[in-house]
Design a protein around this ligand. Sequence first.
Ligand code: ADP
Ligand code: MG
Length: 224
Amino acid sequence: MNIKAKELSKIYGSGDNQVIALDKANLEIAANDFISIMGPSGSGKSTLLHLLSGLDKPTSGNLIYDGRDIYRFTDRELSAFRRQRIGFIFQQFNLLPVLTAKENIIMPLLLDKKQPDERYLKQLTDLLGISSRLSHLPHELSGGQQQRVAIARALIAQPDIIFADEPTGNLDSKSGGEVVEILKDIRIKMGKTLVVITHDNNIAGMAERQFVIVDGILREVAAK
Ligand code: ADP
Ligand code: MG
């Protein structure tokens, strides 16, 4: 999948309260890219990731997925497109507290009235080391396990691309390290494209293309 973001801007508020959260960001993402984005708090990282993944719409600019401008989709079309083609991992996991790990993982499929492929589910949860935790509720799991459940949910529909917004930000360094290893594995073994926001120099250093964002201005700083 080829993704082109053209002059993406997001402006919040108006007049004296106006905040330019993202200022004309341009970015092209090719299949199997591994991209990291770093920047200080409030610099526009989450705004950019939400726009790139269709979670939010820009004030101006376009986002083209394989030739299709996804902001022109209806809300319904966009939600379905996101569920089927895009995985998103949040810093706070965002699991539904009343659902078991397995129910959380397969939720995106159920919303599309699909049943999980049990073999793929098994393969995925084995890879993530959570196969024996599937009947637990999120609060019965450690932070690292909750994030691995969230990663399985992001992957269950077999999307082409995974966006992760500070995926290790709520984890101790050991579980954070495990999550990073898993993300690397997923990219290589499953051939996914990976776009990660991070505060961690080590994670950023693993990426093949490194971006920095400051005051809403995105620029590429290194490519391997
Ligand atoms: P980061 O993820 O880099 O910490 P964000 O993208 O969350 O930064 O925010 C960028 C800027 O936009 C900040 O100044 C933030 O306060 C502002 N902002 C983000 N979301 C909103 C919102 N919904 N309403 C108003 N301002 C917002
Ligand atoms: Mg953020």
